[in-house]
Design a protein around this ligand. Structure first.
Ligand code: MN
Length: 227
């Protein structure tokens, strides 16, 4: 069967120390998964069950460049550990969840905070705030054979050499296993799904020309320039 137009090849992530690449299916993101970040956004972290939103898979950028998006004057960084699934499923128990993980990476959940804030006030979807070209800069993946399942370790973001975000993976309210389990209640998870696992406190704006350097201890490093 002929295609009406040539289909794009889907996005792929490099895999550390390996010639293979990881094809990406969907991007799920958890909201307010570190208590200090939930508080800085004006919420009580103790009373909220987990919630999720999605970015489009082609929001990923692996080039080290993020083009400043349109229709905003307030683009925020959110440094996050990214879990990459090699197996999917539904109704996955927390006990079975980590066996579905291929590896981990370092990602940025870039956010048009002004558009997200306006959407929140109006009770509208977050899509324009969260999903746009280059909204998901991401590092290559480290397979679990190299990094295991990191449950503690520092997660940081520097902008132009200044520390802006700092936390520890152990501060996650919902663990990676719990996130996979919860997502699988609502969605049919598939191989290639990425989960952005939440950001510590300190989110803030970037401008064109800024250099972001994110690190997750035991996983890796992500450098992104805003142009
Ligand atoms: Mn986030």
């Amino acid at each position: 069967m002929a295609f009406v137009y040539p289909p794009a090849q889907g996005p792929v992530l490099k895999v550390d120390a390996c010639e293979q690449v990881f094809p990406v299916h969907r991007i799920y993101c958890i909201g307010r998964n570190y208590a200090a970040h939930a508080r800085e956004m004006g919420h009580d972290p103790d009373r909220e069950p987990p919630f999720f939103f999605q970015k489009a898979a082609d929001d990923l950028t692996m080039s080290g460049i993020m083009h400043y998006p349109a229709e905003t004057v307030d683009v925020h960084f959110e440094i996050e550990m990214v879990a990459a699934l090699i197996e999917g499923g539904t109704r996955i128990t927390p006990g079975d969840a980590l066996a579905k993980v291929f590896g981990y990476g370092v990602g940025l959940d870039m956010t048009r905070r002004d558009l997200q804030g306006a959407a929140k006030k109006l009770g509208r979807p977050w899509d324009t705030g969260k999903s746009f070209a280059d909204a998901a800069p991401c590092s290559g993946l480290v397979p679990i054979s190299s990094c295991g399942h990191p449950q503690h370790g520092s997660i940081t973001l520097d902008v132009n050499g200044e520390r802006r975000q700092s936390g520890d993976l152990s501060q996650m309210i919902w663990s990676v296993a719990e996130q996979i389990s919860e997502l699988s209640r609502f969605f049919v998870l598939k191989p290639g799904d990425l989960i952005f696992t939440g950001t510590p406190a300190g989110v803030g704006p970037v401008q064109r020309g800024d250099q972001m350097v994110g690190e997750v201890e035991g996983v890796g490093r992500l450098e992104v320039e805003v142009v």
